[in-house]
Design a protein around this ligand. Sequence first.
Ligand SMILES: Cc1cc2nc3c(=O)[nH]c(=O)nc-3n(C[C@H](O)[C@H](O)[C@H](O)COP(=O)(O)OP(=O)(O)OC[C@H]3O[C@@H](n4cnc5c(N)ncnc54)[C@H](O)[C@@H]3O)c2cc1C
Length: 475
Amino acid sequence: MPAAATIAPDTLIDRLRGITGPRGLITDDGDMAPFLEDWRKLYRGRAIAVVRPQSTEEVAGVVRLCAEAGIAIVPQGGNTGLVGGAVPGLDGASILLQLGRMNRIRTLDTLDFSMVVEAGCVLETVQRAAADAGRKFPLSLGAEGTAQIGGLIATNAGGIHVMRYGMMRDLVLGLEVVLPDGSVLSELTTLRKNNVGYDLKQLFIGAEGTLGIVTAASLKLFPQLRASRTLFFALPSLADGPKLLSLCREFTGDAVESFELIPRQGIDFATAHVAGVVDPLEGRPEWTVLTEISGRSDERLQEDLDRLVEEAFSAGLVTDGTIAQSEAQAKALWLLREAIVEGQRLAPGIQIKHDVSVQVSDVPAFVHAASEAIWRVHPDALINPFGHLGDGNIHFNVQLAAGASREAVDGVSDITYRVVDQFSGSISAEHGIGRLKAASYAKRCPKPRAELIARLRKAVDPKGLMNPLVFRAGK
Ligand SMILES: Cc1cc2nc3c(=O)[nH]c(=O)nc-3n(C[C@H](O)[C@H](O)[C@H](O)COP(=O)(O)OP(=O)(O)OC[C@H]3O[C@@H](n4cnc5c(N)ncnc54)[C@H](O)[C@@H]3O)c2cc1C
């Protein structure tokens, strides 16, 4: 727990205003409210102030003041996190440090395939800046119009392109971080090789704001795709999904950009509740996949895809399929994928989300085992396992009837996570631990790992002021 504060609230606010100026400080309850509730509306908190610095120096000044005064800090980017890590607790004893005003693209180097951006840059802005320069920043996810680079780094975000380009961790070359004492660790290198001992940036990636404030990052860029196609296949069974993925990788020179599982239940949720979503194939197949494949030219890609499709049908790995013939058709297929979450949210009943991963080859057996285990207790549960089959990350979402008890909801997660354990999987593939999963993770975190994390946290943040509720069970 953080040490008790040693400063009067009014003095603190005056000194914060002195650092950020009046535009960088919000203290009115109504104006603070949107920052104090998480995206899923599971957590609502209170804060002394929402502080919105504009530069690394201002962040450092704020953090130094808080360290001196014993005030806890909860960092926040776009507030799209799904595990409650960006919202303070109810004691109203911390400040919320919102990075949105630090939104400059500092440099972009096309020859070096790198860019340096501030933490408050929205992902979509970064993608667009890269594209305008003829480059690609490949991280892509449903919240890209709001999520910010600092938050994406702090949660080690994933999304639809992980199988090709890796997670955020793989896309960061260097970081600038304000440490809990207010000093600045400036490692904004764009070097590809830099073998000088500990790779400190990796400590802060995925740390969910518990070790310091990310203020800027140097990122890897890639060439833009010369040709790409979006394909949608119906599978005879889920067991054929990993086999089809393997075939796609082999027949295209490993140029599969994304490979997403879409179950019948997901299509039904999306088409029933989200306007404009169309079921792409006849016959209501139970399992489908949406994949994007790239190539060096349209001609070569078409050749690869012709061979791939022929082989997939003759090997019995697909029963039907469609290849988007235009950007509009590709967009319609991706709209279906993106509408699954919203469709389930709008469906009657209680949605229970799980962001889990197992080995790619284990996905069919995992989905089968977890579904059976849940249906044994809740025969009427609707199960919607969709997502990133290409990297083994399934959003194993369950819908219980309206009125289901808190115990029933928690029980569904317990059952799901126990099956994940049987497959040596992870109960958090890409969303992080935050506050929501702290208790579930504490039960399974091996003791040496838990002890090392506690020692590390204590060493970097001895006063316990950085996002103190995150990773802590029972908070
Ligand atoms: C519709 C939707 C779709 C999504 N799809 C995906 C997906 O496919 N893959 C995926 O991985 N995630 C997904 N997410 C989750 C979410 O977008 C990610 O967790 C994202 O990385 C959070 O970024 P943010 O800027 O909103 O961070 P916030 O929610 O503001 O913060 C997240 C965490 O990072 C910390 N933090 C924020 N900024 C900083 C900083 N500058 N320094 C230190 N710590 C900081 C916060 O304290 C908090 O613990 C989705 C969310 C939504 C709403």
